[in-house]
Design a protein around this ligand. Structure first.
Ligand SMILES: [Zn+2]
Length: 370
């Protein structure tokens, strides 16, 4: 876990606080919760090459990976968004992970290209990558088109239109709380696919995948290889291919788990109270995070006065600005709605005993202390 520093933007409240991040979502047994998402399924075959369908490759590799984790990582709970050939809406896949309070979301896909020679594995996290924008854009657009098969997609993706590349702009201003962890997982995954499964290396990239956008934890999307490449397709549908890919993804997850556990050991939570009132706060405090920028704002910046109780903390090299300060969850929701008029991606964070914790955890603590 990273030690982070929160500095009040108000001079009168010149407290310094140490936060430990990221907040771990832990289930009742204290297990790490991993959600494995085999892309497509049922009426949505994904990409195809002859009789070979992406949905089957994704499922076979996802199940193999999950089985290895279940057998070898007793402190991990694996949840699948599907274990059979069924259709699951993209937002429901993210929902499964969000509701479970998952610590990691891994979506498994297989790529396709017009050029039959394109091959190799690549791993994505959410975001926009300037230099490679068009290639990534096309891959993400293709995957996002899965929602066209959903009955009521207009209702679930906040106006995102899978037929319009312009729609991808919603991802451009997105702040992703979990980028550092996602990048770590993506890097381990890419390394293992290349070293263990000997796949051609297409690297780690960022793009606007809806399924990642909707999940509220570190998350990655894997493109195992190209179904459109005959040789690679043959490999991916073979038992050898499934075993090797599943094994490499399992190894990558083990790498991440080691990294994650070391951080958790290192983290020493500080017992300082957080909040402008300064007194001991027995209940979790909710704030609205509305902006994430590289350098702190100047003292006279108007944005510091735009809302009540503007604060910032630093995390992953970014200054993250928050406003509001309340133990009342309903009140913070109102603040969030207000802030979202200007900052569409604003979201609620929770702080307890000097640490940032998940909102779900905070609500549980609040409920217990009522
Ligand atoms: Zn796919």
């Amino acid at each position: 876990m990273i030690k982070t520093r929160i500095i009040s933007a108000f001079i009168i409240t010149a407290f310094c606080f140490l936060w430990t991040l990221p907040a771990m979502a832990v289930d009742k047994d204290g297990k790490f919760i991993l959600v494995i998402d085999a892309g497509h399924g049922g009426k949505d075959p994904g990409a195809v090459n002859g009789k070979n369908q992406e949905k089957s490759i994704n499922l076979n590799v996802a199940l193999k990976m999950g089985k290895l984790i279940e057998e070898n990582c007793k402190d991990v709970k694996v949840i699948y968004t599907r274990k059979t050939d069924v259709f699951v809406e993209l937002y429901k896949r993210a929902d499964i992970a969000n509701k479970a309070g998952a610590d990691m979301f891994i979506s498994v896909h297989t790529n396709s290209a017009k050029s039959k020679s394109a091959n190799g594995a690549e791993t994505y996290l959410l975001g926009v990558e300037e230099n490679r924008a068009s290639a990534n854009l096309n891959a993400a657009l293709e995957e996002n088109k899965a929602i066209l098969l959903e009955n009521d997609y207009e209702a679930h993706y906040e106006g995102y239109d899978p037929n319009s590349p312009e729609s991808m702009i919603i991802f451009e201003f997105m702040q992703n709380e979990y980028q550092k962890e996602s990048l770590k997982m993506a890097t381990f995954t890419q390394e293992r696919m290349v070293k263990s499964a000997k796949r051609p290396d297409r690297g780690v990239h960022q793009a606007g995948y809806l399924v990642l956008w909707k999940s509220t934890m570190p998350s990655i999307l894997i493109e195992l290889g190209f179904i459109s490449n005959d040789a690679e397709c043959k490999y991916l549908v073979s038992q050898k291919g499934v075993d090797e890919m599943g094994q490499s993804l399992y190894e990558a997850f083990r790498d991440y788990l080691d990294y994650h556990n070391k951080l958790v050991e290192k983290a020493v939570p500080t017992a300082q109270a957080i909040g402008n009132k300064g007194a001991d706060r027995e209940l979790p405090v909710y704030k609205v995070q509305f902006m994430s920028i590289r350098n702190p704002l100047k003292k006279n910046d108007k944005r510091l006065k735009a809302y009540d109780n503007v604060d910032y903390y630093t995390e992953g090299g970014m200054c993250k600005y928050t406003c509001g300060d309340t133990t009342d969850f309903e009140a913070v929701q109102k603040t969030k709605k207000e802030v979202q008029k200007k900052y569409k991606d604003a979201f609620v964070i929770a702080v307890y005993e000097g640490r940032k914790i998940s909102v779900r955890e905070a609500q549980e603590i609040s409920a217990k202390n009522k």
